[in-house]
Design a protein around this ligand. Structure first.
Ligand SMILES: [Zn+2]
Ligand SMILES: [Zn+2]
Length: 252
């Protein structure tokens, strides 16, 4: 939420294809109704950001697996995406470069990455200019890498980076998608081949890059990072670190 603007960033992964979806249930708990939304911002076209596998395949998005009445609001995505049969009538405005979406709210523009298995992926992050503080970056999966997100933000904004919050894809020493002993997340979200998966040194470099940008607030989402990686951020960015949890508000 930025002043009077409520933004839905990504729609999650409704794995059991429920209606109402976990997203709608969570919004209800938070007291946010779909009718209050002013903007939908899709970071990138992966299964867990569009509503499901079917949505990824058909380049659509679903808030739930049943009809949901969404007001006529803009949808921004780095590629062509439209509303699924449950949300017809929506087609995303494709963001191809850093773009101001509304006063104080911007996309830093898509940054490409060729991911092993998932292929060429364009991802955009949201930037909110908080008056008197600086830019707060809100990141989906972070496939772009935090180093390149920071570099882009510093190139396009005059204001300092005040906050870095979201997923950064560090499934190191554990992951959220395990198939037996195999840590699938380590392979799918990286441009490294599986024999050189994301490792502890990568997490160290990310933390150093964040320190150089010297934000005031940093929060790493458990979405695509392990508990180990979160703990590294918590310890090495002590004083700046905020916990990112479902249902918990972070007030800037
Ligand atoms: Zn992703
Ligand atoms: Zn993701």
């Amino acid at each position: 939420m930025a002043d009077d603007t409520t933004i839905l960033m990504d729609v999650g992964w409704n794995t059991k294809r429920k209606h109402p979806s976990p997203l709608l249930e969570n919004m209800k708990h938070l007291g946010v109704s779909v009718s209050e939304l002013n903007m939908i911002f899709i970071s990138h076209p992966h299964v867990d950001h569009l509503g499901g596998m079917k949505e990824q395949k058909t380049r659509t998005f679903s808030l739930s697996q049943g009809p949901v009445s969404i007001p006529a609001i803009p949808v921004y995505a780095p590629v062509e995406i439209s509303g699924s049969r449950w949300n017809p009538g929506f087609s995303a405005k494709v963001i191809t470069a850093p773009t101001v979406l509304k006063e104080g709210i911007a996309s830093i523009g898509p940054i490409p990455r060729a991911l092993f298995l998932m292929g060429y992926t364009l991802e955009q992050s949201l930037a909110i200019n908080v008056e008197g503080k600086g830019i707060v970056l809100i990141i989906g999966c972070g496939h772009q890498t935090i180093e390149r997100i920071i570099e882009r933000a510093q190139a396009i904004f005059d204001e300092p980076i005040y906050g870095i919050i979201g997923g950064l894809h560090y499934p190191v020493n554990g992951g959220r998608i395990m198939v037996g002993p195999l840590n699938i997340q380590k392979i799918v979200g990286s441009d490294n081949p599986p024999w050189r998966s994301i490792n502890e040194a990568d997490v160290g470099h990310a933390i150093e890059a964040i320190k150089r940008a010297s934000p005031t607030i940093v929060g790493l989402s458990a979405h695509d990072s392990s508990d180990w990686a979160i703990d590294q951020f918590r310890k090495k960015l002590a004083g700046k670190y905020v916990e990112v949890r479902v249902g918990e508000k972070i007030t800037i």
